[in-house]
Design a protein around this ligand. Sequence first.
Ligand code: C2O
Length: 574
Amino acid sequence: MVNFYTSFQLWLSILLIYGYNVLVMAQWPSGGSTRYYDFKVQTTRIAKLCNSKDMVTINGMFPGPVVYAQEDDKIIVKVTNETPYNTTIHWHGVRQKLSCWFDGPSYITQCPIQAGQSFTYEFTMVKQKGTFFWHAHISWLRATVYGALVVYPKSGVPYPFKVPYEEHILILGEYWLEDVVQLEHATAASGGPPTPANAFTINGHPGPNYNCSNTDVYQIDVVSGKTYMLRLIHAGLNVESFFAIANHKLTIVEADAEYTKPFTTDRVMLGPGQTMIVLVTADQPLGKYSMAMGPYMSAKGVKFQNISSIAYFQYLGAVPNSFSLPAKLPSFNDNLAVMTVMDGLRSLSSPVNVPKKIDRELFVTIGLNVQKCHSKTPKKNCQGVNNGVMAASMNNISFVKPKISVLEAYYKGIDGYFTEDFPGAPLKFYDFVNGAPNIIPNNTEAILNGTRTLVLEYGTRVQLILQDTGTVTTENHPIHLHGYSFYVVAYGTGNYYPQNANFNLVDPPFMNTIGVPVGGWAAVRFVADNPGVWFMHCHLDIHQSWGLGTVFVVKNGKGELETLPHPPADLPQC
Ligand code: C2O
């Protein structure tokens, strides 16, 4: 326990220095409480990779503070913006039961918190526990504004696995030397793809593969023979990642804050927006082992960072400055490795309570597009494929964020900010995967821009097919739905045909972000029983910027327990 207490005390002192109201304890906190946190959005000077820059942080920390709670606790976070940038915070994976106003995506559920203003988020972890995270949900600020949200089971409720000796949080990220807000503007203006990150990071540290980073590396000291719980969180922007530890097996026991049947593997893949608990037993000879994060890039013709970020899994008693044993990551385009992990994800309990009857079948294509260049300075502004402008869409609608939040417009009945005509199926069916090769103008320009939403009656049992298209390039897209988790009942490669689909209605994983297979499809099911306005989008930020998203408007049901309450008084104004 020595280590646990040391690291715990370290945390506590860090937290106290930064002046929080912490209720963090070595033991699980007692239930039904309220957890208060104070988030100051600040500009902080950070040195990394032989450079330093001012970047946006919470309370000067990178990654930001960990929010701890227990199942059914209320969490209250006062966010005060001391930077010149607009901001919001999203609580990724929190279902926000009857609290849509506090979900956080800018222009979907709220206007940004402007410079000098504050907004207090308040929500309850209703029947939810596990590994979550929070991140800025506006422009690309989430590249630096993110942190873990750890929710323990209720007191006396054990984990469905042996209590680990220690737990550690590992947040995977991407780091740019440039200012990310400027970078986003420059990317948008160029019409082309984004600049790859200068480094991948684990808990903010690039590790020894990068310049000036030999000591900028995260390390876990382990005791031989003990089992460790690693809470993996993918907070990166634009690239999916493989993760592995040299010579050690990983046993997945939780994905997207829901328990899974234990599944043991050499490596895992997480897309941005996904979380996972893996258990690792220190059962190897004393030594220093690499924990590595490297890219999974399924798209064709995309530039990306290909140097892996390394952290250390260091046995106590091993020679301290020895070289670390390298971790074996799959090659960047190993689709099979991804499928193997996906096949291993099964809900812990079976049978699960997945809807068997479906009221509404939705079919949504996801993919990239190229729009014609209309600029007088094409060299500057049309750097997309074939000198066009990059875009992305669902069912060929490229989502445009409105000037006030969709939720406010909907709730107050203000006309003119969104429409209710997002199509429940593509306008035409064709060979989505192979029918639109990478050449213009084969169907890549025929997209419409708009703030189109799809309205669902309260309680609708939805089946949603997400179909990747080969327009521009096929790619694995991490599609995230706010306000819900969904059962991933089937997936496959190629085009979706019901007769070929193999549905798992017994123990499908319950997730909030699904990596739709490259050139393939995924079928998910959920019951629309949380009224509000819920964003569904690709969690690759560049795709979201290009319009890869849509919004579900879920109507109120009957009575107080099925009705979205009034907005909070301090809801920011646009
Ligand atoms: Cu973690 Cu809308 O995102």
